[in-house]
Ligand binder design. Structure first.
Ligand code: GCO
Ligand code: MG
Length: 402
């Protein structure tokens, strides 16, 4: 089964998505997500100029060999642009393999380890009351786990608070929107948010919170301690993770579980965090971490150290990534949770999919392959709309981490 054509499709049904479509000489096709929010065109160029020519004529069934070719063969290894491109190829090839076997990808991986994939939704509001009300709305929709983010008085554009509710999207302008950050105000505020949520919704619901790389290790340790009474499922990206050692300090001071890794592109970004048991959940996902082939290596390493998976699943990851991630989640022995931010109706129409939500769980469905396709005719009606993610500054103008 030879690869006959490789096509990159860019569409914006509400937000930008890059999709790779591989077609074989037997008429089977597979798709993979290649979206890197705010840097979409870098991946498009990499795929079109440097990857597609290598694939034509190759045996589509040799997923591992093609992965190695794209990783080792480039000489310049890793990095988000390249690993996203590799992920797209890898996902499309798993999709094709599933279709040729007549099996959903989770069966190829080893079969289901659970009946469904527990997901967490995003509750966000302008203030504590609105956020707590949103948590209630998610519980009513059946969610067992909810991430809570709130506007903070005195902090312009606090992370995680969108204009929309179900479809929060931060990449909102051609040039980055400038937001303001204030650590001291945030550290005082966060425990109050979770105190009210626990008071109003009880102990049953799992609660999550994303710090979005804003704190230093000692500040993160303090936040973790102050949130302990509210028994969070996890505190995410509490400090930047370029220096994996930084988590040693946080870890030594708090029992609040730690999650990290949505911006990681390979096992080398997280091996120290995992091997030293400095985190509880690894957030790497299919599209940004080299596809199913590489993600299962990360999960395998994590399993040795009782670190569980918690794949990134924001709306900038297309349904093609979500579908692939759900097959992975249903199989992976050390599954923790899956993030699930709903896509808009337009996006769901462009990407018809077999996965479905019921009572707090997603299931990838039984369609062969990843169970997600792209309607190219419809996709063409939504042209690329350049948008970037915001930036953050401190009140004196210093650049900070968004
Ligand atoms: C999350 C994330 C996202 C990112 C977004 C960037 O936990 O879901 O932090 O919301 O900010 O994916 O493109
Ligand atoms: Mg995050």
């Amino acid at each position: 089964m030879k690869i006959e054509s490789v096509k990159v499709i860019v569409t914006c049904p509400g937000r930008n998505f890059v999709t790779l479509k591989i077609v074989t000489d037997q008429g089977l096709h597979g798709i993979g997500d290649a979206t890197l929010n705010g840097r979409e065109k870098a991946v498009v160029a990499y795929l079109e100029d440097h990857v597609a020519p290598l694939l034509i004529g190759k045996d589509a069934s040799r997923i591992e060999d093609i992965w190695q070719l794209l990783y080792r063969g480039a000489y310049w290894r890793r990095g988000p642009v390249k690993m996203t491109a590799i992920a797209a190829v890898d996902t499309a090839l798993w999709d094709i393999k599933g279709k040729s076997a007549g099996m959903p990808v989770y069966q190829l991986l080893g079969g289901a380890s659970r009946d469904g994939v527990m997901v967490y939704g995003h509750a966000n509001g302008a203030d504590i009351q609105e956020t707590s009300d949103e948590v209630g709305r998610y519980i009513e929709m059946g969610y067992k786990a909810v991430r809570a983010q709130s506007g903070i008085p005195g902090v312009k554009g606090a992370y995680g608070v969108g204009r929309g509710k179900l479809h929060y999207e931060p990449a909102d302008a051609t040039l980055p929107t400038e937001t303001l950050w204030n650590t001291a105000t945030y550290l005082n505020f966060a425990p109050k948010l979770f105190d009210q949520i626990r008071n109003e919704h009880g102990a049953g619901v799992e609660l999550l919170h994303d710090v979005h790389h804003r704190l230093t290790p000692i500040e993160a340790a303090r936040l973790g301690q102050s949130l302990e009474p509210y028994r969070l499922f996890w505190m995410e990206d509490c400090t930047p993770a370029e220096n994996q050692e930084a988590f040693r300090l946080v870890r030594s001071k708090t029992t609040t579980p730690l999650a990290v890794g949505e911006i990681f592109s390979s096992i080398y970004d997280c091996k120290d965090l995992i091997q030293n048991q400095l985190i509880d959940y690894i957030r790497a996902t299919v599209v940004h971490a080299g596809g199913i082939t590489h993600l299962r290596q990360i999960a395998g390493l994590a399993a040795l150290y009782q670190v569980r998976t918690g794949c990134h699943g924001a709306t900038d990851l297309s349904p093609a990534c979500m579908g692939a991630a759900l097959h992975f989640d249903l199989w992976v022995p050390n599954f923790g949770i899956q993030e699930y931010m709903r896509h808009t109706t337009e996006t769901d129409e462009v990407f018809p999919h077999a996965y479905s939500f019921s009572d707090g769980y997603l299931h990838p469905g039984e369609a062969p392959g990843i169970g997600v396709d792209i309607d190219e005719e419809l996709a063409a009606k939504f042209p690329y709309d350049p948008k970037q993610l915001p930036i953050a500054r401190l009140s004196d103008g210093t650049m900070w981490n968004w």
